[in-house]
Design a protein around this ligand. Structure first.
Ligand code: HEC
Ligand code: HEC
Length: 356
């Protein structure tokens, strides 16, 4: 009798262990990741085939800082996307592993979960798609996906991390990209002075307030009202508007922008209207990094706008060279733009290199 009960306890224990999936079936339970969406922001739509998990975000963060992702193991995503610069590159154009210079300035990585297309010319429709590119781009990490997969599979640490992030074992390009995309969706910036003012927790100085008014106001020459007309293309709350537009940088475009993707002449010179959040930290500015300072950017919109056949109709004063701000208005505009800096974002330990 005693023997039977000992045996049945033993069997019970075996059954219980077998039910813990990770031990026998080789599956891990993943933990859903709770995104913290700032007050006033829209909900973020997460692709159904890449749900956010704590383990996935952790793996993505490690991969973002992983130099094995480049051909000579010297370059990671973070080589061109620096947290201290709101994940932009302080160099005018990016430099790849071979020392080759690209032609475009690396974009800031901020609030990407709300973006609907990626790159200066809008050529990628999803974040997952976008991440396939830098690894095989010859002027970036210059590797091949089979090679990257081979390097990651050789690491016991990565075999374990991928297993935990996706429940089942296996390392491939799709999973690598999914994990990085999960991490990128956590890069949320919503605690700048501008946000605190919107939440009633801080107030603008008179100069910042005037800059904000100018930013949000249509210039109206008939009634003698000055304005910057900026909000049309960079409006709140995200300070980005999901547009590709020609903002009058050139008469003839060396980089055709969107037309390089669509081959449609009506798209020449159209580039992504990036977010202005953390703009103080993401210079140099524009797709080719042509402007080193915010003063230069403001001067462009004030009096440097160039007319070409595809100039955006919202650049209403292009024929006059721009919206013609006074010296004081330029200072106020800059002071407003500086309120978009979110120091918590660039110092958030959850976004830094996990191995440092
Ligand atoms: C050699 C520098 C370099 C490296 C390394 C690099 N990038 Fe970039 N990144 C750029 C440049 C330049 C652009 C703009 C390219 C363009 O528009 O054609 C860009 C654009 C992006 C964008 C588009 C942002 C937007 O708002 O549309 C994302 C997202 C991004 N990179 C993520 C990554 C990830 C993830 C990695 C690592 C797998 C990575 N980058 C590695 C230079 C780099
Ligand atoms: C017609 C739409 C439009 C209007 C209006 C507009 N912009 Fe832009 N803005 C853009 C586009 C498009 C880009 C990117 C252009 C490029 O890189 O070729 C841009 C880029 C910028 C950048 C640089 C972003 C970066 O990451 O490098 C700043 C700063 C900026 N705009 C500020 C302003 C301000 C301030 C105003 C108002 C005075 C304004 N914009 C009005 C479309 C617009």
């Amino acid at each position: 009798m005693k023997r039977i009960s000992v045996l049945s306890v033993f069997i019970l224990i075996v059954v219980l262990i077998a039910c813990r999936k990770d031990v026998f079936i080789g599956e891990y339970e993943t933990t859903p990741y709770q995104l913290r969406i700032p007050q006033g922001f829209p909900q973020m739509v997460i692709p159904v085939n890449n749900p956010m998990t704590v383990e996935g975000v952790e793996l993505g963060r490690k991969l973002f800082y992983e130099e094995l992702l480049s051909a000579d193991n010297t370059q990671s995503c973070a080589s061109c996307h620096l947290q201290s610069n709101a994940f932009a590159d302080p160099r005018r154009v990016s430099v790849g592993i071979t020392g080759a210079e690209g032609t475009r300035n690396a974009m800031a990585l901020i609030n990407l979960g709300w973006e609907q297309f990626f790159f200066w010319d809008g050529r990628s429709a999803t974040l997952e798609d976008q991440i396939f590119e830098p690894i095989r781009n010859p002027v970036e990490m210059n590797d091949t996906w089979p090679n990257v997969e081979r390097k990651l599979r050789a690491s016991e640490e990565y075999r374990d991390l991928f297993h935990k992030a996706f429940g089942t074992p296996g390392i491939d390009s799709v999973r690598t990209v999914k994990a990085i995309a999960q991490f990128l969706r956590t890069l949320i910036s919503g605690n700048s002075k501008f946000d605190k003012v919107a939440r009633g927790q801080a107030s603008f100085t008179p100069s910042e307030a005037n800059g904000f008014d100018l930013f949000m106001r249509d210039k109206d020459d008939n009634n003698g009202i000055s304005g910057g007309d900026c909000f049309h293309c960079h409006g709140p709350i995200l300070m980005a508007k999901q547009l590709l537009a020609n903002n009058g940088l050139d008469t003839i475009f060396i980089d055709p922008g969107k037309a390089g993707v669509t081959f449609n002449p009506s798209d020449v010179g159209k580039f992504k209207t990036t977010t202005l959040r953390n703009i103080e930290l993401t210079g140099p500015y524009m797709h080719d990094g042509r402007f080193a300072t915010l003063e230069e950017v403001i001067n462009h919109y004030s009096s440097g706008v160039k007319v070409s056949p595809t100039i955006d109709p919202l650049m209403k004063f292009a024929a006059d060279g721009g919206v013609g701000l006074t010296p004081q208005e330029k200072i106020d505009m800059k002071n407003f733009l500086l309120t978009l800096t979110d120091w918590d974002f660039i110092n958030d330990p959850a976004f830094s290199d996990p191995d440092l």
